[in-house]
Write a protein of this length. Structure first.
Length: 146
């Protein structure tokens, strides 16, 4: 009984260390996705990007582009085991309306001088796709109107 107790006391810190070690940000089991969306070479501000998984058990991922067209997905560690794989991507945006510009000004947010509306075809499943892998993913979307 004493030997069993000593073994348990010795193994508990090791098990705790291994468990906590897997929760660190940036561990090999996590995946981060970032990129830029452009249309004809110009950054697209305020576009909603939706990653739709081909595997039904994976989560749908969403992000919005900033004034420079950049987006970033923050993925929780518990999601990362199911994350890698192919995704269909939808990108949707409309030009900023005068009311939205006023709202941006009131709240001190940046907005593009010439907002860009994306063609509807980029918001249709099957037009764009991406492969998300473990670790860092740089996925840029250089869209063209033609």
């Amino acid at each position: 009984m004493l030997i069993l107790r000593c073994v348990c006391h010795a193994l508990f810190p090791l098990a705790l260390l291994l468990t906590l070690g897997g929760c660190q940000q940036g561990s090999p089991d996590t995946a981060a996705v970032q990129g830029i969306v452009t249309l004809d070479g110009h950054p697209v501000h305020g576009a909603t990007i939706t990653f739709i998984p081909s595997k039904p058990w994976n989560a749908t991922l969403k992000s919005t582009t900033d004034a420079s067209g950049q987006y970033q997905l923050t993925i929780k560690a518990f999601q990362s085991a199911e994350l890698p794989g192919p995704y269909s991507v939808l990108i949707e945006s409309t030009a900023l309306l005068a009311e939205q510009k006023a709202e941006h000004i009131l709240h001190g947010k940046d907005f593009p001088e010439h907002p860009i509306a994306l063609p509807e075809r980029f918001g249709t499943e099957g037009q764009l796709s991406a492969e998300i892998r473990r670790g860092q993913n740089q996925i840029d979307f250089r869209l063209m109107t033609r």
